[in-house]
Design a protein around this ligand. Structure first.
Ligand code: AP5
Ligand code: MG
Length: 230
């Protein structure tokens, strides 16, 4: 089982890169933020609980988040591997993931931190639009859709996330970056952390992620290498 973790601050580009990488590696991208937004949209009890935290820019409690992610990992499409976007987000979540994978005789294979400075994160989030159907992200300046207001990929309507309002963006930075630092430390200590420059264009970030994964022996299907695992 190939488990790739994409780390980054809010707005770093995880949700832009994860689906592209999923296509290249042939395994699904799982974003806890998307799972929570789907639960909010469906009006489930979990969605109502998560929404209180999301709208305030706070992390949803670990217990709820870990259960959500582990349930998702049970689905058959996750057997060969997954790309995790937005999970783990705390040291407790990172440890819970390690334990759950160990029970399956698996482990995290590579961790890529998409590194972007704070002032750029604010610019990216305040100009972001995402699609209703699948959360595909666009940016009004850096990555506009071909037709304004419509997703290039699935044709659904684009909207701005409630938590992309300026005061909530600030709250997310204030309340979440400390926990991200814990997760970075967890994987640095484990010798798994690789960092890519997220300030480059989307295609160059994708190339840098591929290079970082190749160092860890993870390559797109069909690309030759000593330890082909894609
Ligand atoms: P989540 O949905 O995960 O949000 P986030 O981490 O805040 O990250 P974003 O989705 O805002 O940013 P991104 O890195 O995906 O950037 P994107 O690719 O869209 O979580 C939302 C909430 O859910 C959390 O606040 C929390 O409440 C809760 N939650 C989720 N997971 C949780 C967990 N594990 N534990 C607890 N709570 C959890 O890009 C941003 C913009 O930049 C886009 O407009 C894009 O077009 C543009 N862009 C991307 N790349 C580039 C580039 N290279 N150059 C120029 N522009 C770019
Ligand atoms: Mg995202």
């Amino acid at each position: 089982m190939n488990v790739v973790v994409l780390l980054g601050a809010p707005g770093a580009g995880k949700g832009t890169q994860a689906p592209l990488l999923a296509t290249r590696l042939g395994i699904p991208a799982i974003a806890t933020g998307d799972l929570f937004r789907a639960a909010v949209r469906d009006g489930t009890a979990l969605g109502q609980e998560a929404r209180r935290y999301m709208d305030a820019g706070q992390l949803v409690p670990d217990e709820i988040t870990v259960r959500l992610l582990l349930d998702r990992l049970e689905r058959p499409d996750a057997t060969a591997g997954v790309i995790l976007d937005g999970f783990p987000r705390t040291g407790v979540q990172a440890e819970a993931l390690d334990r759950a994978l160990a029970e399956r005789a698996a482990r995290v294979g590579a961790v890529v931190l998409v590194d972007v400075p704070a002032d750029e994160l604010v610019r990216r989030l305040s100009g972001r639009w995402i699609c209703r159907a699948a959360g595909h992200p666009y940016h009004e300046t850096f990555s506009p859709p071909r037709v304004a207001g419509v997703c290039d990929i699935d044709g659904s309507e684009l909207y701005q996330r409630v938590d992309d309002r300026p005061d909530t963006i600030r709250a997310r930075m204030d309340q979440q970056l400390g926990a991200l630092a814990e997760v970075i430390d967890h994987y640095r200590t484990a010798g798994l952390l690789r960092t890519v420059d997220g300030l480059q264009g989307i295609d160059l970030v994708a190339e840098a992620i591929d290079a970082a994964l190749a160092e860890a022996g993870i390559r797109p299907a069909g690309v030759p290498g000593e330890h082909v695992t894609g």
